[in-house]
Design a protein around this ligand. Structure first.
Ligand code: C5P
Length: 219
């Protein structure tokens, strides 16, 4: 419906946290408003892309004009992502829980009066970014995010290689930056050719710049 450099291209975006149940009323999760992923999806849409937006339970509403696929857990997110492929590019902005509770209860856990707390056993969740990067259906361009609290570029550079994605958008989410849950972001774009620090700007502007860079690669 809109002309633009990404017309005819399909881009997959993941966003938001995942929730991993402990029992029917409790869960563990990562902190994520979904703001940056939502902004990326909107910016890609504005350049004419067809966007599949796979989102966990985020705080901000999903953008209009994209296909929204709602999930709760990491395993559901992986299944939704695999079902949405093939795509020309994928941007994985979701804050996926690394672990799920293996002994989640089918019923609400009750205090038994003994004063003993329940023990949770954790199992590792699939890494969606790494799985997509190594998949036979791999998009031409795979972009991950990396929220770090120290030695951001070093950690993110190692992460790019370990996960097998093309780019990592790295940001410092130390509490002092105010980035987590805020409207601004200060990112470093890490690619095969090195690290490019962008000035601090609104999350919408980060998204527009990233979408423009994606369009350069795909067109
Ligand atoms: O390892 P870390 O969680 O910091 O990596 C962040 C990147 O990997 C993000 O792009 C995130 O969406 C993705 N990721 C994923 N599946 C996981 C963990 C992280 O897709 N299980």
């Amino acid at each position: 419906f809109s002309a633009g450099p990404l017309q005819g291209k399909h881009v997959l975006v993941t966003s938001g946290p995942t929730h991993e149940p402990i029992d029917p009323v409790r869960y563990i999760a990562n902190r994520s408003s979904g703001a940056q992923g939502t902004a990326v999806a909107a910016a890609l849409r504005d350049l004419g892309a067809r966007v599949s937006f796979v989102t966990g339970p985020a705080t901000v509403p999903p953008p209009s004009g994209v296909t929204v696929i709602r999930v709760e857990t990491a395993r559901e997110m992986l299944a939704a992502v695999e079902a949405a492929l093939p795509a020309d590019a994928a941007v994985m902005a979701a804050a996926v829980a690394d672990w799920r509770v293996e002994n989640a209860g089918a019923q609400k856990m009750k205090k038994d009066g003994s004063g003993r707390a329940p023990a949770l056993n954790f199992a590792e969740n699939p890494d969606i970014l790494a799985t997509v990067s190594k998949s036979a259906n791999r998009p031409q361009l795979v972009v991950g995010f990396a929220a770090e609290t120290e030695t951001v570029v070093e950690h993110a550079t190692a992460k790019r290689l370990r996960k097998g994605c093309d780019w990592i958008v790295a940001n410092d989410v130390s509490p002092a930056t105010g980035i987590m849950g805020g409207s601004e972001n200060a990112v470093t774009l890490i690619s095969e050719t090195g690290a490019e620090a962008w000035p601090r700007m609104g999350k919408d502007e980060v998204a527009r710049r990233l979408a423009a860079r994606i369009a350069e690669v795909l067109s």
